[in-house]
Structure formats: structure tokens, C-alpha cells
Design a protein around this ligand. Structure first.
Ligand code: KIV
Ligand code: ZN
Length: 518
């Protein structure tokens, strides 16, 4: 079987999801997890857009040994140089150069003739080749580009030294038949592709919900690299979802004659980590990684499942890393068993994080009789999150008086990194408003609450409540999560996580984003 390369762009196109900014430490954490997952290429960022993006790509490139690390670049000399600088220490580095080619983009966005677009593309591919041997070129909005123009620019890009040609469906407009045909056509017109072992690549957006179908149509017509993101996050309706592509190939390998290098058992923990660090929820019915993906509700389905799982399940949840046993441990479980459970859940943590997670687990097990896998996941993610945010404030205590005839009043104590504790109190329209006003008084940060959501992590009346909030402060939007068996404490933790993040996220001014990002 031929190998289909998986190019993950969670840290670049995925991070362009509104409100999903990741800081450098979070990007590094996700990149490590992506390498463990087995992705072939990681697009780690767009180095010219900010110092933080540059540093993230540089650190990831310096650390990862197996995966190729890629930086994005427009056809602008400073972009190419910055991307080249960022990947120069990579074991395997790539520069991804792009330039829009469709008539709409030529006329309205670039205001350049096609010949000029070929010229600048060639120049910048050649410039990129001075830094690395591995250069990818994307004719942006490729699926809406005239086919013969696409053939011409592909040929010119290969002659200039590009080794991968990615044809994006930038606005998610193509149908599977059309998109597949583009690949078949370009390959037929340019025998040089197969002769020189050039890799054709797909990059699909999900505006019509066709991103995965289009990516697979490209693969069926000769694409040997698919660009995708964890949980399908990305601009607008997102990008093709990595987990769906990989499991389609894994489950229906014979239909495609393809395989991937992905360790499918790491899919679920990776999905959870990305959801947690970006603050972007996975919808319940999302294929492969949604909460309902392997749940059976109807009596007829449950009866069939009990007789034979294959009646209603085409994949084994264990194959994607969803642990089968739900009940895990309690307060008598030891450190070794806890570490083993983390391994089984797909988390590779260092000793220091393990110790912090274990302490948090013991504290939880004191409050809650049965600790489920979902509880452990939330707990580990909180520890990883706090470590990568280098929190300025931690919640020491929160107390609220409230009731039908009482004015809700919260007393909160926060401790800063120097160990100094600060206590204050405030009233509010309700208990949560009172808590948030108090945190604002202590931290001096008045952020607007845009969204507040609460859910039970597991069933049962002793379940942990998980709260997610989204805050806006000037031009920055940040998310935070907190979990506890006490929902008021969970609310305080979520708000404080977002406030801490505000101090760490190097959010870019909207204006820079618009100019720089494709
Ligand atoms: O969607 C797109 O066209 C892109 C390119 C930069 C590949 O993200
Ligand atoms: Zn894209």
C-alpha cells in the first residue's frame, strides 16, 4: 500500500480559528503530542506574523526529531527569510510558500496579472530553496483557478525547486468529483510529477461540509499528502479533520489502497488536548472523537451491540484511543496505578507533572467516590494547562453567601507567584457575578464575559462540573476552563484561567492578522 503523508496544520491554519490563540508553551506541547501521534509534517506557524509565532516554530523545529517542521511564507522576501531562519535548526525543515492564483484573488486581492504571479512565485520558491531542500508551494484558491493556469504554475513551481505542490480548496467550494478531477488533470498534463517523485497535496476547508470528502477524492486521484487539523479546527467552518481522514483510510484501507503513519490510539488524547488548550469544544456527535461517536441509545441498537459489536460499530473505540473501561480508580489507588492509567489514556507526562496530577487526583478522590477516566482527563489537562500558562494567580479559596433573600456576596483569595495572598469581597447580581467582580478587583483586570458554559464531566450527583468561559479585554479574546465538584469553584477557576491567559497570549492586533494571514 502507498503511504499517505499527514500534514498537520493545527498550529497554523487551526490556530486561525477565532478565539483559539495558543501561547508558545501550548504550541510546543501540542507539537510534541502530534509527533507522538505520528504525523509526518507539522506546520508549526507563520513566522513573519509575530515574534511569538517565529519563536514557537523555531523551538518546535529545534526539538522534534522525527516529524518535518514547516513554516508558512507569502511570496515576500522577508517572509521567506523569517521562515528559513525559524526552521534552520530542524532535523527536517520545510518552507511552505503560497501565492493566490484564482481570477478573483488576482483581480481583487493581489491586483496582479497571472504572469506576474508566476514570476514572484518562482522567485520566492528559489529563495526558499536557499534555506532548505524541502519546499512546498500552494497556489492559494487553487480549486477556483483555471485548470490550465494551475498546470502552468505547478510546472513553473516544480522547475523552481518545489518538491510538494499543494492545491488548496481555500474557500471550501469544490465538490469531491471536481476536486478529484483537478488532481487527475494536473498529473496527466505533467508527467514530471511522477517522474521526479513530486508530492501532490490537498488542503480543504469545510464551508460546505465537504472537506474530508474532498481530501479523500484528492487521495483517490494521486494526492499523497493531506493537510488537515485536529478536530477540524480552522478558519470559518474549519479544515479537514485529521481524525476523520486517518480513520477513513484505516477502516477502509482496501478502498483507497493507502495507509498512514498515524498511531490511531493517540487520536483521542490528542483531540482532547487540542480542545482543552484552544478552548474549542468538540461537538458531541463529531465523528471519531465526539462524546456520542461510540454511544448507542436506541433499544434496537443496544440489543444488536450486545449480540455482536459489529452490528452497529465499524470501528473499535480502543483503536482511536477511547478507553473502554469507564470506572477507573478511587482514593486507595497508588501512584504506579495512576501513572499506568495516564499511559493508557495516551498522556506522556514528565515526573514533575505526574506528581502534580497525582496530588490533584488524591484531592479529588477525597471528595468523589469514583474517579472516572473523564475526571482524570480534565485533571491532567488542567495541570498541563497551568504549567504552560505559567499562571500569575492561583485560586486559594472562594466563599459565597447567596439565597432567595440575600445579596450574593463572594470572598475570594488569590495567591500570586511570589506567594503573596490577596483577599477581597464583592457583591453581584448572582453568585457568579459576585465571584467575577471580586477577581476583577484583586487582579485589576476588567474583562467582558462573552460566554459562560457549564457541564457535568461524568454522570452522578458527585460529578465534577466543568465551566468554560470566554472573555474579551481590549482586542484580545481568551478562553478558560475550570473543573471542580463545586460549580462555584469551577466558575472561579475558569475565569482566573482566562485572566492568566490574557497576560500570556501574545494576541496580535486584528490589523496585522488581516494583512498577514491567508
Ligand atoms: O486555505 C489556504 O489556501 C491556505 C494556504 C496557505 C495553503 O491555508
Ligand atoms: Zn487553509
Amino acid at each position: 500500500m502507498d503511504t499517505l503523508r499527514i500534514f498537520d496544520t493545527t498550529l497554523r491554519d487551526g490556530e486561525q480559528s477565532p478565539g483559539a490563540s495558543l501561547n508558545r508553551a501550548e504550541k510546543l506541547e501540542i507539537a510534541r503530542q502530534l509527533e507522538t501521534l505520528g504525523v509526518d509534517i507539522i506546520e508549526a506557524g507563520f513566522p513573519i506574523t509575530s515574534n511569538d509565532d517565529f519563536e514557537a516554530v523555531r523551538q518546535i523545529a529545534g526539538e522534534l526529531q522525527r516529524a518535518t517542521v514547516c513554516g508558512l511564507s507569502r511570496c515576500v522576501a522577508a517572509d521567506v527569510d523569517r521562515a528559513g531562519e525559524a526552521v534552520k535548526d530542524a532535523a527536517h525543515g520545510r518552507i511552505h510558500v503560497f501565492c493566490a492564483t484564482s481570477r478573483i484573488h488576482r483581480e481583487f486581492k493581489l491586483k496582479k496579472a497571472f504572469d506576474e504571479i508566476i514570476k514572484i512565485s518562482v522567485e520566492h520558491i528559489q529563495r526558499a530553496r536557499q534555506f532548505v531542500d524541502d519546499v512546498e508551494f500552494s497556489p492559494e484558491d487553487g480549486s477556483r483557478t483555471e485548470l490550465d493556469h494551475l498546470v502552468e504554475i505547478t510546472h513553473a513551481a516544480i522547475e523552481a525547486g518545489a518538491t510538494t505542490i499543494n492545491i488548496p480548496d481555500t474557500v471550501g467550494y469544490a465538490t469531491p468529483a471536481e476536486y478529484g478531477h483537478i488532481f487527475a488533470y494536473v498529473r496527466e498534463k505533467l508527467p514530471i510529477i511522477d517522474e521526479q517523485g513530486i508530492i501532490l497535496s490537498s488542503h480543504c476547508h469545510n464551508d460546505l461540509g465537504l472537506a474530508v470528502a474532498n481530501s479523500l477524492a484528492a487521495a483517490a486521484n494521486g494526492a499523497r499528502q493531506i493537510e488537515c487539523t485536529i478536530n477540524g479546527i480552522g478558519e470559518r467552518a474549519g479544515n479537514a479533520a485529521l481524525e476523520e481522514i486517518v480513520m477513513a483510510i484505516h477502516t477502509r484501507g482496501e478502498a483507497f489502497g493507502l495507509r498512514t503513519n498515524i498511531n490511531t490510539k493517540k487520536i483521542y488524547p490528542t483531540s482532547r488536548m487540542v480542545s482543552h488548550l484552544t478552548g474549542l469544544d468538540v461537538q458531541r456527535n463529531k465523528a471519531i472523537v465526539g462524546d456520542n461517536a461510540f454511544a448507542h441509545e436506541s433499544g434496537i441498537h443496544q440489543d444488536g451491540m450486545l449480540k455482536n459489536r459489529s452490528t452497529y460499530e465499524i470501528m473499535d473505540p480502543l483503536e482511536v484511543g477511547i478507553p473502554e473501561s469507564k470506572l477507573v480508580m478511587g482514593k486507595h489507588s497508588g501512584r504506579a496505578a495512576f501513572r499506568q492509567r495516564l499511559d493508557q489514556l495516551g498522556y506522556a507526562v514528565d515526573d514533575e507533572t505526574l506528581q502534580r496530577c497525582f496530588e490533584a487526583f488524591k484531592a479529588l478522590a477525597d471528595k468523589k467516590k469514583d474517579v472516572y477516566d473523564e475526571d482524570i482527563e480534565v485533571l491532567v489537562e488542567q495541570q498541563l494547562d497551568a504549567a504552560s500558562r505559567r499562571d500569575l494567580w492561583t485560586l486559594t479559596s472562594v466563599q459565597v453567601t447567596t439565597g432567595t433573600n440575600a445579596v450574593p456576596t463572594a470572598t475570594v483569595t488569590l495567591t500570586d507567584t511570589s506567594g503573596k495572598a490577596d483577599t477581597d469581597a464583592s457583591t453581584g447580581d448572582g453568585p457568579i457575578d459576585a465571584i467575577y467582580s471580586t477577581i476583577q478587583r484583586i487582579t485589576g483586570i476588567r474583562a467582558e464575559l462573552l460566554d459562560y458554559q457549564i457541564r457535568a464531566v461524568t454522570g452522578g450527583k458527585d460529578a465534577q462540573g466543568e465551566v468554560r468561559v470566554e472573555l474579551r479585554h481590549h482586542d484580545k479574546r481568551v478562553r478558560g476552563r475550570g473543573a471542580s465538584t463545586d460549580v462555584l469553584e469551577a466558575s472561579a477557576k475558569a475565569y482566573l484561567a482566562a485572566i492568566n491567559r490574557l497576560r500570556n497570549v501574545d494576541a496580535q492586533p486584528e490589523s496585522t492578522r488581516e494583512v498577514a494571514q491567508p
